[in-house]
Design a protein. Structure first.
Length: 134
């Protein structure tokens, strides 16, 4: 499980991306998340995960979108979405296996590593599982 939300600790949800080199970095913080399962029992259909009203690392999101566009399934990444209670205290985490960004609503992306506000980020994943509860 991610150990620190970094600059996104004040947000209710923090998205971490696991890059091909194994490095796990926070991509952004969001106030709302929809489409994540609360309990996993039996067979379920995995829908899109929608993250709303947040701040993301522009360079990280641009790199992920570029990899997904140019490498197809080779650009898919595992990701971890955490729900924070307060500060860095994690209540629940979900693992998004082979996730990819489908769309975002916000400013034009560039190569800058600076953060910017985003209204909505939609992700698709092959599977989603709860990995921790406290």
């Amino acid at each position: 499980m991610p150990s620190s939300s970094g600059p996104y600790a004040s947000y209710a949800f923090v998205l971490f991306v696991i890059w091909p080199d194994g490095n796990e970095t926070p991509l952004g913080g969001f106030t709302e998340a929809a489409g994540i399962p609360q309990k996993i029992t039996g067979i379920q259909k995995v829908g899109d995960v929608t993250l709303k009203r947040g701040v993301v690392n522009s360079g990280g999101l641009w790199n992920w979108i570029s990899a997904a566009r140019s490498h197809g399934s080779g650009g898919h990444r595992d990701a971890v979405l955490t729900r924070n209670a307060s500060g860095d205290e994690v209540m629940t985490s979900w693992k998004l296996h082979n996730a990819r960004p489908l769309r975002y609503d916000g400013p034009t992306l560039g190569f800058s590593s600076e953060s910017f506000a985003v209204e909505e980020l939609v992700l698709a994943a092959e599977t989603i599982g709860i990995i921790a509860e406290s």
